[in-house]
Write a protein that binds this ligand. Structure first.
Ligand SMILES: Nc1ncnc2c1ncn2[C@@H]1O[C@H](COP(=O)(O)OP(=O)(O)OP(=O)(O)O)[C@@H](O)[C@H]1O
Ligand SMILES: [Mg+2]
Length: 254
């Protein structure tokens, strides 16, 4: 069953009276349980696409259906609840509130959601559990500006998972990380995916994309090609997956 269906999606920005058609009739679906990477040159519209299909930003034309529901037809409250309860977000700018601790930032979506019947104490325990799993429990009480980029990114993953979303959207989740932290973050994301969470992420990194089930390559606001890699099972497949993906990307002018 598909969780996301995108039909003839267009997104136009108007800057200084000049029209910039960033997304031009984009069509695709994402099935439940997939882990899709979006790749493409800088400025090709990857972040714009992620924002448009996750309801972060309005669209100019076309339709985006999440779980069969047209997001453009939802009221503001319904859309906000959908985003809070069923979607998780890991974004480039890593929006975290500066006057809260790391743990308080992580549990904020759960505190705001009406999906749970837990007490604050139970939510805190769950937040700590996620932090322990991602190896950052030591920084639970730190302020946001007292942690490293890699720790902050892992905190973002904890936050994106706190409401058990059906789907996680991530814009370059490993973009600011070194190889080791990047591998660790990807290990967590693939684990989540294996547990059933659908994931859509933007990346410039072939090693990151090679762990996904499918790669979409975007050029100038159009999907230029798609490559199916199947499920990533273990590290022994990596070399072959990377090689195959690299060859395909080179053919597309990567
Ligand atoms: N809020 C905005 N207002 C106006 N134009 C925008 C806005 N956001 C993006 N754009 C324009 O849309 C185009 C695509 O930008 P986008 O950020 O989606 O690219 P990208 O593929 O994510 O690039 P990168 O790999 O560098 O992150 C660019 O020409 C950009 O200038
Ligand atoms: Mg971007």
């Amino acid at each position: 069953m598909n969780i996301l269906e995108v039909k003839d999606l267009c997104k136009t920005y108007i800057v200084n009276k000049r029209q910039n058609n960033v997304l031009k009739n984009v069509n695709f679906t994402v099935d439940e349980g997939e882990m899709v990477a979006i790749m493409g040159p800088s400025g090709s519209g990857k972040s714009t696409l992620l924002y448009a299909v996750s309801g972060m930003d309005g669209i100019t034309a076309g339709e985006v259906l999440f779980g069969g529901k047209n997001m453009a037809k939802m009221g503001e409250k319904e859309l906000a609840d959908l985003r809070l309860d069923e979607m998780g977000f890991i974004f480039q700018q890593m929006y975290m509130l500066k006057n809260l601790t790391v743990l308080d930032n992580i549990i904020l979506p759960a505190v705001q959601s009406k999906k749970h019947t837990e007490s604050r104490k139970e939510i805190l325990l769950r937040g700590q559990d996620f932090m322990r799993k991602l190896g950052i429990i030591d920084i639970a009480d730190n302020d946001i500006n007292e942690v490293s980029g890699g720790q902050l990114q892992r905190a973002c993953i904890c936050r994106s998972m706190i409401n058990n979303p059906k789907m996680i959207f991530a814009d370059e989740p490993t973009g600011a990380l070194n190889r080791t932290s990047s591998d660790e973050v990807m290990e967590e994301l693939t684990k989540l995916n294996h547990e059933g969470t659908t994931i859509m992420l933007v990346t410039h990194d072939v090693k990151v994309a090679a762990k996904c089930t499918r790669v979409m390559y975007i050029v100038d606001g159009n999907i230029k090609g798609e490559y199916s890699l199947g499920k990533y099972e273990n590290a022994s497949q990596m070399r072959e997956r990377e090689r195959a993906l690299n060859n395909w990307l080179l053919e597309l002018g990567w």
